[in-house]
Every structure is written in structure tokens, then in C-alpha cells.
Write a protein that binds this ligand. Structure first.
Ligand code: SIN
Length: 290
């Protein structure tokens, strides 16, 4: 039996502001025609965050759609994989039987997913399962704009330079404040050795340049005295998250949000402790940054 793929009546509506677009008229539980896939791919490159409304999809369908963009990465915190679907990381503040069911403080600091790996993520897809009545927003910062608008003195300071990214950079600090950071095994620690990335990267598909440092994972500028490195990174972090570079996503039921980790950083704004939030995330592998 052959599966028929029909073109759907997709509408792509860019948001006002520095990034993002909404996609309606698409049902990702149905097979996706190649033409539709191409339009979605183009929208992702043009807008950096695309919001698919009202996606009543299963974890398998979430994984299948994500895989069209590349192989999926498995998060080092295997404790929070969805049972039977290691490609899905549960992001949640919910506790069951006294134990967290997911990573509740994912996104507490600005970051680009998996920048601490030699091949960081191309993009991530976060699907709303359970949303709080208030809070729970996700913020995105356009790192192309951050580079384009960077003052010349800072551009000169970072051009051609590299920085270290470490998964463990804030781990102990997060572990002190929350129940979501288990002690890591030797095997997990071995999976997240520090890596060195260019401070300014070139998007492999669009050729646009972007700042590629984050508050969460970037620890130091290579070959620079410690004080100078700290001050420089702080100036880059502050500039990156200026209001005019940001989009705040206020979640609706069944939203599926797909962002480009090569173009953006993101931050989870936080959920009040007494409210439940549960999301499923897939993470697509990207290229070695250059
Ligand atoms: C993440 O950093 O992947 C989680 C973002 C969120 O929960 O809003």
C-alpha cells in the first residue's frame, strides 16, 4: 500500500518584531508532502522560530517530523527520557511520587541547545503537553541581530576568537537550588567534555553570521586573561539579550515550537511552583560550527 501525501493549505504569518512566524493550516499527524516540507524548511531559515498551532501529535509523530531535518540527539540526562522514546526529553516541573518526571529547570539560563557538544544542535522542537494558567513563557534572542548590531570595539575583540563551552558550567549552582539535577555518573561526565567553539559562527545554510556564546554554557575566551575574558563575555551576553532582539512565546494548548539553535538563544521564563508544566523536546543534530 502506498501512502498518499497531500499538499495542505499552509499559511505562514511572520510575527511583528525581530523573529518568529506562525504556521497554521497544517496537521503534522498526516504525511507531509515534499513541497510542504520545503516551505516549512524555508520558513525555519527565514524566521528562526516557527510556531505550529494546534498539533495533536503523538510522540512518534513528533519524532518522525523532527527526523526530516536530521538525526536526533539523545540528552545526557537519560533520567528524563520519555519511556520508550529516548529521543524525547521531558521538560517539566511536575513531581510524581516525590520524584521529578522531567528536567524542570531546562532553560533557566540563556543558551543554545547542546552548544557544549562538538556538533551542537541544528534546532529543537518543543511540544506543549500541559500548560500552566500563568507563566511558562519561552524567550528567544536573535543572535544574527546581536552580531549585526554589535559595537565595532566588541566586534574587533571577538573576530577570529574561540570560547570554551561546558555542560557542567552551571550544574552545581542549579543542583543546589532544585531537585532536577541528579548526580552525574562517570559515563555521563565523559559525554560532556568541554569543547571550543567560534565566538562568531556562520549559519551553514544561510551564510549569515551570528554570535555563539551563552550565559549557561560559555565559560571563557581562549587565550585571554581571565578578567578580560569575563568582562568580554558579560558584554556579549548583555548585548545579545537586548529587548529589540527578543521574541517572547506565550504558549497555547498543543503548540509545537521549532527553533534554530544556530541563529538563536532561548530562555525559559519560569513557572510558578504551584502550577504544572510539561513539554516534550526533540533535538536535531547540526554541523560543527565554523
Ligand atoms: C529548553 O531550554 O529547552 C526549555 C525551554 C522551555 O521549557 O521553555
Amino acid at each position: 500500500m502506498t501512502t498518499q501525501t497531500l499538499n495542505q493549505t499552509i499559511e505562514i504569518t511572520p510575527f511583528e518584531g525581530p523573529l518568529g512566524a506562525e504556521i497554521t493550516g497544517l496537521d503534522l499527524s498526516q504525511p507531509l508532502a515534499d513541497d510542504d516540507f520545503k516551505r516549512i524548511h524555508r520558513a525555519h531559515l527565514d524566521h528562526h522560530v516557527i510556531v505550529f498551532r494546534d498539533q495533536r501529535i503523538t510522540p512518534e509523530q513528533h519524532i518522525t517530523f523532527s527526523r526530516r531535518f536530521g538525526p536526533l540527539q539523545i540528552h545526557v540526562l537519560h533520567q528524563f527520557q520519555l519511556s520508550g522514546h529516548p529521543e524525547i526529553l521531558i521538560v517539566s516541573n511536575v513531581m510524581e511520587n516525590g520524584k521529578p518526571i522531567g528536567l524542570g529547570d531546562a532553560g533557566h539560563f540563556w543558551h543554545s541547545d547542546l552548544s557544549y557538544k562538538e556538533t551542537p544542535s541544528l534546532g529543537s522542537l518543543l511540544h506543549a503537553q500541559e500548560l500552566p494558567a500563568e507563566g511558562g513563557d519561552t524567550l528567544f534572542a536573535n543572535m544574527h541581530l546581536a552580531w549585526d548590531t554589535l559595537p565595532q570595539a566588541l566586534r574587533d575583540a571577538v573576530e577570529g576568537r574561540f570560547a570554551e563551552h561546558t555542560y557542567l558550567a552551571k550544574y552545581a549552582e542549579l543542583q543546589k537550588r532544585s531537585p532536577w539535577r541528579p548526580n552525574l555518573s562517570a559515563e555521563q561526565i565523559a559525554q560532556v567534555k568541554p569543547v571550543v567553539q567560534p565566538i562568531v559562527r556562520t549559519h551553514p545554510e544561510t551564510g549569515r553570521r551570528a554570535l555563539f556564546v551563552s550565559e549557561h554554557f560559555t565559560t571563557r575566551v581562549i587565550d585571554m586573561p581571565e578578567d578580560e575574558s569575563r568582562n568580554l563575555l558579560q558584554a556579549l551576553f548583555d548585548h545579545s539579550v537586548r529587548e529589540e532582539h527578543l521574541y517572547r512565546h506565550q504558549w497555547r494548548e498543543h503548540d509545537l515550537v521549532f527553533w534554530d539553535n544556530r541563529s538563536l538563544m532561548h530562555l525559559a521564563a519560569g513557572t510558578p511552583d504551584h502550577l504544572r508544566r510539561k513539554m516534550y523536546r526533540t533535538t536535531i543534530e547540526g554541523d560543527t560550527p565554523f
